[in-house]
Ligand binder design. Structure first.
Ligand code: NIG
Ligand code: FE
Length: 409
C-alpha cells in the first residue's frame, strides 16, 4: 500500500544519506523541505520532495499546511513500574534529598517492593497505557529498562513484560537489563554479594532467554562503584549485551570512563561532568545523554550540554520516564527543557531527541530522520507557525496525528 502525505508546510529533518549522529556545530542545522510530500510504502519511507513532483498513491492524506517530523526516539526510560511515588515527592519538597529518601528505604527500593507484588498482567496493562500516552506526544521508539525487580525472578518478570510490549505495541522498543539499579535492603552490608548474584545468576538467565538488548548499571555515589560496574559490564558484554550507563548524576563517579572503556552506546545523566570526562567522551563512540526531566524534578545541577557541543561532541536528550525522578515521558517537554534550561537552539534540541537518541538506542539505521528506506514513524503537527514554536509553546501538545510503521495510530 502506497500512502502519500500532501501539502506539508515543512517536512523537517530530512536526510539523503542516513547519518550516525549529529555532532558539535552541525547540531544547529536541521534540513527541511517546504511545501512537500512524503510517500510511504509497506511501512517504509519511499520518497519525499517538493509538491511539484508529488506522485500518485493508493491513499492520500492532506496535511493542509501542517508540518511533518520524524517521531522522537526516547533512549532512556523506566516505564514499566508498579504504582506512583508522589508521597516521596512531598518529602522532597520538604527538603529531603534523593539519596536520603533512598537510604530510608524509599526511592527505588520502594518501587522494587511494589513491583515484586504486582502481577505480570498488571504491569503490562499499566505500561501499555503509558506507551499509548507517549505515542500521542510524538514518540516513535522507546528504550525500557528493568531494575525495579531486585530478585532474579522479578527482574525476569519485568523483562518479559517488556518483551510482550515489544510484540504488541506499534512502537519500536529496546529492552535494557538494569539489574544494578539499587541495592536491596538484605544486601545493604554486602553489595559485592549482590553484584555476584547479578553476574552469576541474572545476566546468564537474561542472555539465555534473549530478554535484553542492553545492560545498564547505576554507577554513582551510594549505588555501584566503578569496579563493580566494570565486573558487571564485562559479563554482560561477553554475553552480547551492549552497555548503556547511568553515570555522574550524584557525583563525578567515574561512570563515564568505565562506560567509554566498554564502548557503551551511551552514558546518561551527566550532571557532574567536567573537562576530564569530556576529553574521554571525545575519544569514544559513546553518546552523552542528558535527562532534563530528572534534573528539573530533583532540582539538580544541569549537565554541561553546551560545553559538550562546543567541544564537538554529539548530545542526546531523553525523558528518563520513571516514578521517582521523572514521572513524564513527554518528549515535547524534553525539547522545551533542552532550550530553556540548557540553552540549546530548537534545531539542536531536535537533533538531540531524534537522530542522536536513535543512535543511543541502536536504531539510527532505521529511525530518527526522514530518510528513504527508514521506518515510517513520524507525526503531523497541529497548525504551527514555525519549527521553533515546538519547544516555545511548552506544555501544549502540538502533535495532530501520529504514524508508526506507516500506519496512523
Ligand atoms: O534514572 N538514577 C537512577 N535511576 C532513575 C531513577 C529511578 C527511580 O527513582 O525510581 C533515574 O533517574
Ligand atoms: Fe534512569
Amino acid at each position: 500500500m502506497r500512502l502519500v502525505i500532501k501539502n506539508i508546510k515543512s517536512l523537517i529533518q530530512v536526510e539523503d544519506k542516513a547519518r550516525l549522529a549529529v555532532c558539535g556545530k552541525d547540531m544547529a542545522e536541521v534540513r527541511s523541505i517546504d511545501n512537500a510530500f512524503l510517500l510511504v510504502e509497506d511501512g517504509v519511507i519511499k520518497d519525499f520532495g517538493s509538491m511539484e513532483t508529488c506522485p500518485n498513491a493508493d491513499k492520500e492524506i492532506e496535511a493542509e499546511g501542517r508540518m511533518v517530523l520524524p517521531s522522537f526516539c526516547d533512549s532512556h526510560t523506566h516505564l514499566v513500574y508498579a504504582g506512583s511515588r508522589e508521597i516521596e515527592y512531598i518529602d522532597k519538597i520538604k527538603g529531603l534529598s534523593y539519596e536520603e529518601i533512598a537510604q530510608r528505604g524509599g526511592g527505588i527500593i520502594n518501587s522494587a517492593l511494589r513491583l515484586q507484588k504486582a502481577s505480570e498482567e498488571e504491569l503490562y496493562e499499566d505500561a501499555m497505557q503509558r506507551l499509548e500516552k507517549i505515542i500521542r506526544y510524538g514518540t516513535g521508539a522507546v528504550e525500557i529498562k528493568s531494575g525495579y525487580g531486585f530478585t532474579t525472578e522479578a527482574e525476569l518478570k519485568m523483562l518479559r513484560v517488556i518483551r510482550r510490549l515489544k510484540e504488541n505495541s506499534p512502537l519500536t522498543i529496546k529492552a535494557n537489563f538494569l539489574g544494578a539499579h539499587g541495592v536491596p535492603l538484605e544486601y545493604k552490608n554486602n553489595i559485592e554479594a549482590f553484584v555476584d548474584k547479578i553476574i552469576n545468576e541474572m545476566i546468564p538467565k537474561v542472555a539465555e532467554e534473549g530478554l535484553a538488548d542492553f545492560i545498564d548499571v547505576f554507577c554513582d555515589r551510594g549505588f555501584f562503584s566503578v569496579e563493580q560496574t566494570d565486573r558487571m559490564l564485562y559479563e554482560g558484554v561477553k554475553r552480547g549485551l551492549k552497555p548503556k550507563i547511568h553515570a555522574n548524576e550524584l557525583a563525578a563517579s567515574g561512570g563515564i570512563q568505565v562506560g567509554v572503556k566498554y564502548n557503551a552506546l551511551s552514558v546518561d545523566h551527566l550532571e557532574y561532568t567536567g573537562a576530564e570526562e569530556i576529553k574521554y567522551l571525545k575519544s569514544s563512540m559513546t553518546m552523552p545523554t542528558v535527562l532534563p526531566g530528572a534534573a528539573f524534578f530533583l532540582n539538580m545541577p544541569l549537565a554541561p550540554a553546551r560545553e559538550m557541543i562546543t567541544a564537538g561532541l554529539p548530545v542526546a536528550f531523553a525523558s528518563d520516564y520513571n516514578p521517582g525522578s521523572s514521572p513524564s515521558g513527554n518528549m515535547q517537554l524534553v525539547l522545551s527543557f533542552a532550550c530553556v534550561n540548557y540553552r540549546l537552539l530548537p534545531q539542536e534540541a531536535l537533533n538531540a531527541t531524534t537522530i542522536n537518541t536513535a543512535y543511543a538506542m541502536d536504531v539510527v539505521d532505521n529511525l530518527g530522520s526522514i530518510c528513504k528506506g527508514k521506518k515510517a514513524n513520524f507525526y503531523i503537527t497541529e497548525k504551527i507557525p514555525t519549527l521553533e514554536y515546538l519547544p516555545y509553546a511548552y506544555g501544549e501538545n502540538k502533535v495532530y496525528k501520529t504514524f508508526l510503521n506507516g500506519k496512523e495510530v
